[in-house]
Design a protein. Structure first.
Length: 587
């Protein structure tokens, strides 16, 4: 292996390690890797910047704008409650949810689609006494199924199409990937309906815990020095028989009295920890001599319309690795964190000291404008009210749907290339005043676009350095004994494993040159191999971090990684087998 191949392999391994460890955002790591390879002379400036001249990131960016218009106007909202219906316990409404979700995801970005559906599913479940956790993970998987049906179903397909052009192949047709993806989607939906109700029967979402458990949340109050309660016992202060909450402990800094007894004497400065329903917080505030530890924030957010929200921390959130105190959460977001759920379990610790991780679900008290301020930012992947009331929608629903239909039709029938169709649709959203220019700018996920653009340079380095040939030789050596199907299986397995560790776009771009090199050496049709990589890169069903929609439902659904494995492993096997069987029949 040449020196350039070794250097490229080292840079790629360091990037993957950084992504797994969450050392920085994916775009920063990918761009840094490209710069290092450029400085080392592995690639030249043209190759390093090839992603910025490729249509893929611009097409994806335009589709982000279109998706934001759909989300803002609630274009699909009138159908959601009707879709799930009023009858059936789990399987029937799941079928009614999965079928249209899969179809819709084929024609719009699945991230805003899932974001719109989460509060709708919560509302449906609450009204029928069910738990949304039965439906949220299948919702994410259904959106992934839709992504492998059309060219615009997911950004990964557009990335692979862009790479195909770079390597001299004809780009993907609008429905071409669906020839392989449709059997996976159909079998996947059937598997979800059959297995997920039993696999998820013991899962409990934070929203359900909030509504049902009267002792699930804790509130800390400070006893005012020289106040009316200073020097009183718990009994005398009237804190023994409270409605909905009880006094669990008294923290004096150097000692903790737990449990607090009726004759415990209270002192000014004591931190009193109450456990119970957080909706009783205003009753506690009304007591003279007690102040909430988040008093300043509570005063700001308990005006008319204030309420409780759940938010999920994504892997690229700036809050990952920081405690609430270090992040200055209260002043930064004008919100008070009431509870933190991790892997379906509420953390029963001092909240300010908890170091946040990707997938954590925060229950917060804030003002009604919180959702509007932070919905399109990387800080929180999901923002939904705990009362399950959907965000008010803006006018322009029918204009948005009309533009979407025209965009899909012109691209599907070859009237316009997908880049021109998507850019025209994004421009029309602004011209028709569905979005303001500022809203369109905010809709762009710069981290995703940065990863796509940078990964083209990384993929070029993998190819020109000879690393792709080395890895493909290893794949052929290991799987070549099983013929062309064996080589295809090796590429698919490697791509599936990689996409569970890093972003799906990065996995597709890194595996693409290796896949083409393997195809050339084994006599496999390169076009079929490209389609296999696109589908395998989207087949992320085993972890909450491999695909953004999986992360979005992780916290709100109260899931653990084991839940993803139980539900996702059969679907992953279906995807792998389907690709290996169907691709050779078509190419």
């Amino acid at each position: 292996m040449s020196l350039e191949a070794w250097l490229t392999a080292l840079v790629v391994v360091l990037i993957l390690a950084g992504l797994v460890a969450g050392l920085a955002s994916p775009s920063v790591l990918a761009l840094s890797g490209v710069v290092v390879l450029l400085l080392l002379g592995v690639i030249d400036a043209t190759e390093a910047l090839s992603g910025f001249s490729n249509p893929a990131p611009f097409t994806v960016g335009a589709l982000f704008v279109v998706a934001r218009a759909i989300s803002k106007t609630g274009a699909i909202r009138p159908f959601t409650q009707w879709i799930m219906g009023t009858s059936g316990h789990t399987r029937r409404p799941m079928i009614r949810m999965l079928a249209p979700t899969t179809v819709a995801s084929a024609f719009m970005n699945n991230i805003p689609l899932v974001a719109m559906m989460i509060p709708e599913v919560n509302a449906w479940a609450r009204k029928r006494g069910s738990d949304a956790s039965r439906f949220l993970l299948p919702l994410s998987y259904g959106a992934i199924f839709g992504g492998i049906l059309t060219l615009i179903g997911t950004s990964t397909n557009l990335v692979v199409a862009g790479q195909m052009e770079e390597f001299g192949l004809e780009p993907l047709g609008f429905f071409e990937i669906g020839q392989v993806g449709l059997p996976i989607a159909v079998l996947g939906v059937v598997t979800l309906v059959a297995l997920s109700p039993r696999a998820l029967r013991n899962v409990r979402s934070p929203a359900a815990a909030f509504a049902e458990d009267s002792r699930d949340f804790s509130i800390e109050m400070t006893l005012a020095a020289r106040g009316s309660l200073d020097g009183s016992t718990v009994e005398e202060a009237g804190l023994r028989h409270l409605s909905g909450v009880f006094l669990a402990s008294v923290d004096r800094g150097d000692s903790v009295v737990a449990p607090a007894r009726p004759n415990t004497v209270l002192r000014g400065g004591d931190r009193l920890r109450f456990v119970g329903r957080v909706d009783q917080i205003l009753d506690l505030q009304a007591m003279k001599g007690l102040h909430h530890v988040n008093q300043d924030t509570i005063r700001e957010v308990t005006g008319p319309g204030a309420g409780y929200f759940t938010v999920a921390i994504g892997h690229d959130s700036p809050l990952v690795g920081m405690s609430l105190r270090d992040a200055g959460f209260r002043s930064r977001y004008q919100a008070a964190v009431i509870a933190i759920h991790r892997a379906g379990v509420r953390l029963d610790v001092k909240l300010g000291d908890v170091v946040l991780r990707a997938g954590d679900a925060l229950v917060i008290l804030t003002d009604p404008e919180f959702a509007r301020r932070w919905r399109n930012r990387a800080d929180f992947l999901v923002i939904s009210p705990l009362d399950d009331e959907a965000e008010p929608v803006a006018p322009g629903r029918w204009r948005t749907l009309a533009v979407l239909v025209v965009m899909v039709a012109t691209a599907a029938f070859g009237i316009l290339p997908i880049l021109q169709a998507a850019l025209a649709a994004a421009m029309l959203m602004i011209v028709l005043r569905v979005l303001t220019p500022d809203e369109a700018r905010q809709a762009l996920d710069l981290d995703v676009l940065g990863v796509i653009a940078a990964a083209f340079g990384l993929a070029t380095a993998v190819e020109v350095s000879g690393l792709a040939a080395v890895v493909s030789d290893a794949l052929i050596s290991g799987f070549g004994r099983f013929g062309e199907v064996g080589v295809l299986l090796g590429v698919v397995l490697a791509t599936v494993a990689l996409t569970e560790l890093v972003t799906n776009n990065a996995a597709a771009l890194l595996m693409f040159p290796i896949a083409l090199s393997s195809a050339a050496a084994a006599g496999v049709d390169p076009r079929g191999m490209a389609v296999a990589v696109a589908i395998a890169a989207s087949a992320s069903f085993l972890t909450p971090l491999g695909y953004q929609t999986n992360t979005m439902v992780y916290g709100p659904g109260g899931y653990t990684i084991a839940d993803y494995v139980k539900v996702g492993l059969p679907i992953t096997i279906i995807a792998i087998v389907s690709v290996v069987v169907v691709v050779p029949l078509l190419y």
